[in-house]
Design a protein around this ligand. Sequence first.
Ligand code: HEC
Ligand SMILES: [Cu+2]
Length: 340
Amino acid sequence: MERRERFAIAVVLLILIGLPAAALGYQYWLRPALSSTRMIDIRAAAPEAGGFQPDAIQVNAGETVTLRFSSTDVTQGIAIGPGLGIDLGHVDPGQVKEITLTFDHAGTYTFYCNSWCSPDHWRMRGIVQVDDPANPGALPTSQRDPVIEALIAEGVDIDDNVHTDDHPLPVISLDRVPSVARGEMLTSTVNVPADLQNAAWRRSHSPAQALDLLIADNPSMGRAELADVIAYLWSGGLSAEQITAAQTLYNKNCAACHGETGAGDGPVASSTENNPVIFADAGYMFTRRDDVLYAKIRRGGMGTDMPNFGTLFTQDETWALVNYLRSFSGTGQGPLGDAH
Ligand code: HEC
Ligand SMILES: [Cu+2]
């Protein structure tokens, strides 16, 4: 072999081996050493291959850390909640995505996967424990939820499962899918009892109960029109941003089972033991209370495959999701609210 040829091979080898080695050395040794923030590497594998490693990290309040996510086998979606608004999007095998952040308060946060990666996908969760060094004994901000506490005090069984053989689906008959827009036009011509005008009352009663009251007060009006007025009363109060945010949360975290239009026909619906609830069914949704839907989203379970989302979403995000679910049957404000 000529000397020049050997030299060329050496150069090629240097590029082939040296460059990646330098890049890796920079990423995993030099950069952490030079950086003032702590780097925490979190590797994600499909849940049956171990999930997140590590699945619990500890940081101090006020400390700036860089969380660096990579995936070893399947594509994951990485988000951190509640209330941080962090969604790093997809992380493909071999790819690295990172975020540098400072946790201001002591508490617990959850990093989780929001892309369907396996039947055990919803188990892909890890905990960020934020301690306050100035106040070492302090308990992390508690997860008290007055809505759930009120339901328990009232004796409502949040854990009841709606799909059992001896427990048929509650439905009321509605002649057509209600419409928020039609209801809004009618509302000034209808007597609306005081209870129905009270947002707290509406959250803790079903639209079906409200419809009965409205019918009693407006005997000359048609049932279908009054159902539209109920749809309008139930639709209130969200900003366009909240609705878009709820739609994104729904599409990433719920649609796989409940379906993009709430028809209960998502790609994995057939593999859940109980059928996911069909939010597009107005006659069913009219029997449901907002606070119960809220509690079920936060607590999950009910002996079914419904995951819990209370450690991922804020209380406000959960209410927005309830509204979004109602829009599938003409009652909420979501983009499908008046598609009928
Ligand atoms: C793994 C599949 C799956 C995913 C993902 C899922 N659900 Fe469910 N969900 C179910 C099943 C199954 C039920 C239970 C049906 C029953 O009670 O019989 C259910 C029940 C519910 C209920 C209770 C309905 C009622 O009338 O009692 C609500 C509300 C709900 N899901 C909302 C959501 C929201 C919001 C998300 C996303 C943040 C979500 N679900 C994600 C499968 C899923
Ligand atoms: Cu996943």
